[in-house]
Each structure stands twice: as structure tokens, then as C-alpha cells.
Design a protein around this ligand. Structure first.
Ligand code: GDG
Length: 469
């Protein structure tokens, strides 16, 4: 078995919080790393005066990690800059928020080169390399420049934008061409994969797109695939049954006081459609006076990326909007929105999800969205809640039994809330079963196996050109 080297911006190795209390991705990657005696490499999250390339080796719960510190300028240009102010908005179709600065692009290139130079000596001949996400798109190319011949895969956790949007990125072709250094490129959905292929077809005519989504370029063969990330379903279900989750469930039931709870859980990020969600809920209240005092929305929104201006702005907007809606509809015994700007431990979240009649997951654009899957996994099979899900989340491709909505339409959201509250138990159970079957089948281990099997195929697919010769 080849050793696996996982490379991502930040390392999320086990933190000793106990089974299930760790995000599914960290659990699955940690399991694969343990099994192959691999290493997880990334940025420590710390800053240093001058970049030294010094690696901090640690071991967490049997997982070896290797981290490096970055200079303040690296963090500003690579992380807050190109990753979070250029690529994140652009790839989430928010060209209005994307900032294009040469300094950001230079910092991005510099840090990717630093990652490559630092990790390179750790890599042995038979290792499989698995690079994650938009922070590190050119890393494979940087590693090839250093002469690395190993199999290298890349998985993108966010959407791939439509070609016409990507054209607004200076040097867009360099970014995409660099991806041909990988052997495997994975996306969550067919949609994102097809947008990638559209770009390649139109902008890189030298690349040949063959059958089964294979791209040939400059003598290299790159396999692309749609491989939806799942959650650690079993662990999450087990966690929802544990005493801490049960206590959180009971506390929510008591504090709900017989009212139906609608739950939203999202990082405070403009891609999550929180403003539009609040407006949709407001529309529901405005047209359903019978719901006054009988329903409330609990929105948990831990702040993120507070160094970036657009994230500070969304916080101000939501403070104002939740205040306005509460001011308009609340009475002395009822507040329609509980808006909470902090995070909760996963086991408590599981209990809170279970207590909610509706899971309201309405991102404007999302690579996948794991909250939708967690909400489903936490439900009581006898009396499950209803998932309302944005059509524009990658998860919608697999979750057609949710109530799918256009997150930009307040009317759509309002109608879906009304429909969910009125839904019979039989229909709730039917929809939940269908959703849960897939959440169980395509869980995070399934995803990890699919990707690593593509990266490390049991035999090389026969090249038709070579076979003819
Ligand atoms: C990116 C892509 C893709 C949230 N609040 C708390 C908390 N969370 C956890 C959730 C969930 C995770 O964070 C969020 O995952 P999402 O998938 O919903 O969204 P992003 O963070 O934007 O992730 C996304 C994902 O990468 C994986 O590929 O699905 O499309 O944008 O697990 O539960 N966890 C805790 N407390 C909180 O308050 N403990």
C-alpha cells in the first residue's frame, strides 16, 4: 500500500475531541493517513518574521502532521488576498466582490512554491499525493518543476465557475494549465466538472478531451471526476444519540415551548445566502399571520475570515436585518429570529438539528454543503424534520427529495417553509428515508475510497494510441 501525503492549507488532524466531534473530512483523511502511515502537511496558522521552511512534526491520535509557519505578507497576499478575496468570491459567482491585485497573485504563487519546496524532501518515490482546495491549485505544477514524478491528485471543495466568469481572472489560463500537472482532478458534482471542461474546450484547444472525462495535454493524461463528499454518517448518527446531544435536544424542546423550530447553521459567509434567507423568512411571516408565536428561526452563524472587509460587512447587514424583522414581528412572548454569532460543539449541534422541524440550507452557491447532510443524519426516523435546500448547493444534485428552492427568491423560501410546516408525517418519513439512504451510502469514507482508487488505479487504463502502435 502506498503512503498517502495529504496537503491542504490548514491541517485538521484529530484534536482529541472524541469520536464524532471532529468534521467528517478530518476523520476520513486521518483514517486513510493512519492506515498508510502517511503525513498531513499544511500551514500551522502561525505567522513568522521570516519564512524559514522549518517543519514542525507532530503526531495526533496516530496521525503524523507536518506544518510550517508563514510570513505576515504571505498570509495577507496568499490567504486573505488571492484565496479569500480573489478566488473564493469569483468561484462562488461573486465577481462583484472579487479583487484582482498583482500582489495577491504573486503571493499565491510564492506560497505555493514555498509549500512545494518544503514538502518535497518528505516525499518518497511510491507516495500518493493528495492536494486539497483552491488555496493550492498550482501546487502540483510546482512539485513537477522540482522533478516529482509521483501520482498527484487534486480535489476542489468549492464550485468551479462558468467559463465567462473565470475569464475575468488575469492569467486564468496559467491557473488552469497548471492543473494539468495533476493525474486526477476531482470536483463535488457534474456541474462543476462540466464548467471546468467548458473552459478547457474553449480556451485550451491543444488539450484533447477523451472519453470518460479524460484530458490529454502535452503528453500527459489527466483523469477528472465528480465525486461528492459525504459526512461521517455513522459517527454523526451515533453522536446524535449520546447524552450531550440528548441534553441539547431536550433544552431546545423546552426553550421552543411547543413552537416549531427552523434551524440554519452556517459560517458567516456571503455565499451562504443568509441575508436572502432572512428575507424569505420575513416574507413567510408577512403572509402567514397564523404562524405568529408558533414558529421561530434559530440561525447559528459563527464569524469567519474577519480580516476581510466583505465578511465584516455581511455581519453588519445581518445584525440590522435580524433586528428589523424582530422589531417588526416580535411580541413580549415571542421573538421570531434567534440569531447567534458563535459556534457550538458538534455533539450539541446534532441535538439541535434533531429538535428542528425544518433544516433551512439556502446558500446562493456552495461546492457541496455538509450541513444539509448532517441535518438529515441527525433526524429521528419516526418523526423526521424537512430539509429545505438551495438548488445551487452541490448537495442538491444528490438530495432531490429535499424541498429544493431558488435561494434568491423570498417567495420560494416562504412557500417552502409553509409547505414543510404543513407536511404530513408520512411524507416527511418518505422523503427522509430517500435522503438518508444516499447520506448513508455515499459517506465520507466512500468519497475517500473513490478518489484514492482513481489516483491509484489497480492497473493503468490502456491508452488507445499506444495500443494501436
Ligand atoms: C467548504 C465548501 C463543502 C458550522 N457551524 C458550526 C460547525 N459547523 C460545521 C458544520 C459543517 C461545516 O462546519 C461546514 O461545512 P459546509 O460544507 O456546510 O461549508 P464550508 O465551511 O463553506 O465548506 C462546502 C465543504 O468545504 C467540504 O468540501 O461542502 O461547499 O464551501 O460540518 O457542521 N461546527 C461546529 N460548531 C459550529 O457552530 N462544531
Amino acid at each position: 500500500m502506498s503512503r498517502l501525503i495529504v496537503i491542504s492549507n490548514r491541517v485538521q488532524a484529530p484534536n482529541g475531541e472524541g469520536a464524532g466531534n471532529q468534521g467528517g473530512l478530518a476523520v476520513a483523511l486521518s483514517a486513510a493517513l493512519r492506515e498508510s502511515s502517511g503525513i498531513w502537511f499544511g500551514w500551522s496558522g502561525e505567522e513568522t518574521e521570516v519564512f524559514t521552511g522549518q517543519i514542525h512534526f507532530q503526531r495526533h491520535d496516530g496521525v503524523a502532521t507536518a506544518t510550517i509557519d508563514l510570513e505576515a505578507q504571505d498570509v495577507e497576499e496568499y490567504y486573505n488576498g488571492f484565496a479569500n478575496r480573489t478566488l473564493w468570491p469569483l468561484f462562488h459567482y461573486r465577481i462583484d466582490l472579487a479583487e484582482f491585485e498583482r500582489g495577491f497573485a504573486d503571493g499565491y504563487e510564492r506560497v505555493n512554491a514555498r509549500f512545494a519546496e518544503t514538502v518535497h524532501p518528505l516525499i518518497e518515490d511510491d507516495d500518493l499525493i493528495w492536494v486539497h482546495d483552491y488555496h493550492l491549485i498550482p501546487l502540483g505544477h510546482e512539485l513537477r518543476q522540482l522533478g516529482l514524478a509521483n501520482r498527484i491528485g487534486f480535489f476542489l471543495h468549492i464550485p468551479w465557475p462558468p467559463m465567462r466568469l473565470l475569464l475575468s481572472l488575469p492569467n486564468h489560463r496559467d491557473l488552469v494549465e497548471a492543473m494539468f500537472a495533476y493525474d486526477v482532478i476531482g470536483f463535488h458534482t457534474r456541474d462543476w466538472l462540466e464548467s471546468f471542461m467548458d473552459y478547457v474546450r474553449a480556451q485550451i484547444p491543444e488539450a484533447v478531451i477523451g472519453q470518460d472525462d479524460v484530458v490529454r495535454f502535452n503528453g500527459r493524461t489527466i483523469r477528472t471526476l465528480a465525486c461528492p463528499l459525504g459526512i461521517d454518517t455513522q459517527a454523526f448518527r451515533a453522536m446524535a444519540e449520546k447524552p450531550i446531544a440528548r441534553r441539547a435536544f431536550e433544552r431546545m424542546r423546552i426553550s421552543s415551548n411547543g413552537r416549531d423550530m427552523i434551524i440554519g447553521v452556517d459560517r458567516l459567509d456571503y455565499s451562504k445566502g443568509l441575508q436572502e434567507r432572512f428575507l424569505g423568512y420575513e416574507r413567510f411571516l408577512a403572509s402567514h399571520s397564523e404562524a405568529y408565536g408558533r414558529v421561530f428561526l434559530l440561525q447559528i452563524a459563527p464569524p469567519s475570515r474577519e480580516d476581510v472587509q466583505s465578511y465584516r460587512e455581511i455581519r453588519t447587514t445581518l445584525d440590522g436585518l435580524s433586528g428589523r424583522i424582530n422589531g417588526e414581528f416580535a411580541d413580549v412572548e415571542w421573538v421570531p429570529i434567534r440569531y447567534v454569532n458563535k459556534g457550538y460543539p458538534r455533539d450539541q449541534l446534532a441535538g439541535i438539528y434533531r429538535a428542528a422541524r425544518i433544516g433551512l440550507v439556502t446558500p446562493l452557491r456552495d461546492g457541496m454543503n455538509l450541513v444539509a447532510k448532517e441535518y438529515v443524519a441527525a433526524q429521528d426516523p419516526e418523526d423526521p424534520g424537512v430539509l429545505i435546500l438551495s438548488r445551487f448547493a452541490g448537495a442538491a444534485e444528490q438530495m432531490e427529495d429535499a424541498l429544493l428552492v431558488n435561494p434568491h427568491s423570498a417567495e420560494d423560501i416562504a412557500d417552502a417553509i409553509g409547505q414543510a410546516l404543513a407536511m404530513s408525517r408520512a411524507e416527511r418519513r418518505r422523503r427522509w428515508r430517500a435522503l438518508m439512504d444516499d447520506v448513508e451510502k455515499r459517506d465520507v469514507s466512500w468519497w475517500q475510497r473513490q478518489f484514492t482508487a482513481a489516483l491509484d488505479p489497480p492497473f493503468e487504463p490502456m491508452d488507445s494510441g499506444a495500443a494501436a502502435a
